[in-house]
Structure formats: C-alpha cells, structure tokens
Design a protein around this ligand. Structure first.
Ligand SMILES: Nc1ncnc2c1ncn2[C@@H]1O[C@H](COP(=O)(O)OP(=O)(O)OP(=O)(O)O)[C@@H](O)[C@H]1O
Ligand SMILES: [Mg+2]
Length: 284
C-alpha cells in the first residue's frame, strides 16, 4: 500500500498542469505535488497515475514516489484564487501526492541528451501503458540532479474508459513518432528484452493493489473492486508480451521548436541537439 500522509499547507498551484495540481506540504514534513480527486479529469486519471507510476517504479524507471494524501479543505481557506478554493472544497478526503522534485526543470531535447537504451525503456513503457501524453509538445519529463524523471501518467490506458472493448483496445499498436524521445534512437528491442519478462501477473497484481478502493468502487460493469483490479491486469499482461512488435517510430523530419527557456537555448544550437550531432560522427 502507498504511504499515507496528511496535507498541512497548500503552497501554490502549478498552473502549467491542466488539472491544476498544487504544491502541498504534509505532516511528514515532505513537499508533494497534489493531484485532486475533485479535478475535472476525474478519478480515473488518479487510478492511471497510481498503476502506471508504480509499474514504472517497479521496472526501474525514475518516477517520483507516490503517496496517499488526506486533505481537509480548511487548509485552503486563505487561498485567494476562487478556482483553487473550489478545487480544494471538491477534494476533501483522499487524494494523490507525488514527491515534489525541487529545482527540477522540464525536459528539453536541446538541453539534455538521452542514450538510446534509456530512450528505448521509456518509449517501450509508454507503449505498454498507451501514454499519449509524452509528446515533444508536452514531454511530461523532468530533469533533476542530472537524471530524467517521468511524471504525469494520467492520460494512459485509454481502454479503462470503455471496459467492454478493453481487450481489443489494448491489442492496438502504439504510434511513438511524436514521442519526445523519438529523436534519440530508442532501442525498443533491447528495452522489450529487459523489461517485458518483468511484467508478470504477480507484479501487475501488486501494482494494481496500490490503487485505493475508493477510486474503484461502483465501476459500471463490475461487481467488486477486486474484479476491476483484475481487468487492469488482464489488459496489461498480454500487451507487455508483444507491444514492441507494434510500435511505430518515424524519426522527425523537421526541426522541432525548443520548449526550453531563452537563457538556455541561447547557448545551444538548433535541433538536433549536440549529443545527436556528435553520435552522427565526423563533427559535420
Ligand atoms: N514531482 C514533481 N516535481 C516537480 N515539479 C512537478 C512534479 N510533478 C509535476 N510538476 C510540475 O507541474 C506541472 C504539471 O504537472 P502534471 O503534468 O503532472 O499535471 P497535469 O495537470 O496532469 O498536466 P497536463 O496538463 O500535462 O495534463 C509539470 O509540467 C511540472 O512542471
Ligand atoms: Mg503534464
């Protein structure tokens, strides 16, 4: 089970996130990014965060620690922003927290090189969970202490929005051409060989057990939360075995605009980034 903490202070909203997550302090003296049950995206976003975040962590990918976070909306009473007030009021009780990485910056391909082995692991993982939210426009990756960290797994596992078609949906290919790590020659075969054998029924069962019951109850078509958990396992298990054969990956044919701040890009050349140039050899 995820560790449970209680929010003690609402610090500030993270406006770049569509769901308006907030930086929140907790009674363990930790600082977290809180994702709210009252956000318009709904509780399935949080279910996806837990399953995919925990799965990524178990596969050795860097995903900040997740915690259950209890919220008493009273901590937001002095918050001047009406939108934040309403979000907190709608989110009393259990929410999701992700360890806040202080000083991290958003991943930018101009500023940070990724080797093909790591790029392959991330692309393979995103194919497994059908992540549509790691594009070069919105990478949802952070660089912290020189390492790449994966965040924001709310827009994954599209099949959980329509369980009757889940098996067919989970068998579909994954187009990674727009993936933020597509330019880094991802070694998909290597990643599949290393990671697919780790995705066993036991591992998936442990991962889905971390989803709070509260977010699974009354799921249409299921009598028990146990049955919902099993449905996630049944969708992910076959996908892990064979998704590497159905990943489409075309290298981008034109330079893509940097998302990095000006102070950083002023010191760097245009895409492809320096690592890319040097691996092409010859210093051309
Ligand atoms: N653990 C973290 N540590 C530091 N900053 C973070 C962390 N998690 C999120 N952020 C920052 O907050 C922003 C919003 O977070 P996130 O992408 O998870 O929210 P979202 O509402 O799901 O966003 P989206 O609009 O992409 O759906 C991130 O782009 C990042 O800048
Ligand atoms: Mg995001």
């Amino acid at each position: 089970m995820l560790t449970e903490v209680t929010a003690t202070r609402y610090v500030t909203p993270l406006r770049e996130g569509g769901s308006l997550p907030g930086i929140v302090e907790a009674d363990d003296l930790g600082t977290y990014v809180m994702k709210f049950t009252g956000a318009g995206q709904g509780r399935k976003t949080l279910v996806a965060e837990v399953i995919c975040g925990q799965l990524g962590r178990r596969l050795g990918l860097r995903v900040p620690e997740l915690v259950r976070m209890q919220l008493d909306p009273v901590i937001g009473l002095s918050e001047p922003d009406q939108e934040v007030q309403e979000l907190l009021k709608a989110s009393g009780g259990l929410n999701l927290g992700m360890d806040f990485l202080p000083g991290s910056i958003g991943f930018d391909p101009l500023a940070y090189g990724v080797d093909s082995a790591e790029a392959g692991r991330v692309v393979w993982f995103d194919a497994l969970i059908n992540n549509v939210d790691r594009s070069w426009r919105n990478p949802n990756m952070l660089v912290w202490h020189g390492d790449l960290w994966l965040i924001d797994h709310g827009a994954t596992m599209i099949w959980h929005h329509s369980w009757p078609g889940a098996a067919a949906s989970a068998a579909k290919p994954y187009n990674a051409s727009d993936h933020a790590l597509a330019p880094f020659r991802p070694d998909i075969a290597g990643a599949a060989a290393a990671l697919a054998p780790l995705v066993t029924r036991d591992l998936l069962t442990e991962v889905v057990a971390d989803v709070p019951d509260e977010w699974l109850v009354d799921e249409p078509g299921f009598d028990t939360t146990h049955a919902v958990r099993r449905a996630y396992v049944e969708a992910l298990l076959p996908r892990a075995a064979s998704i590497h054969e159905r990943i489409t990956l075309e290298a981008p044919s034109r330079p893509r605009p940097s998302q990095a701040p000006g102070w950083l890009t002023d010191h760097l050349g245009p895409w492809p980034h320096p690592t890319e140039k040097s691996t092409k050899g010859g210093g051309q």
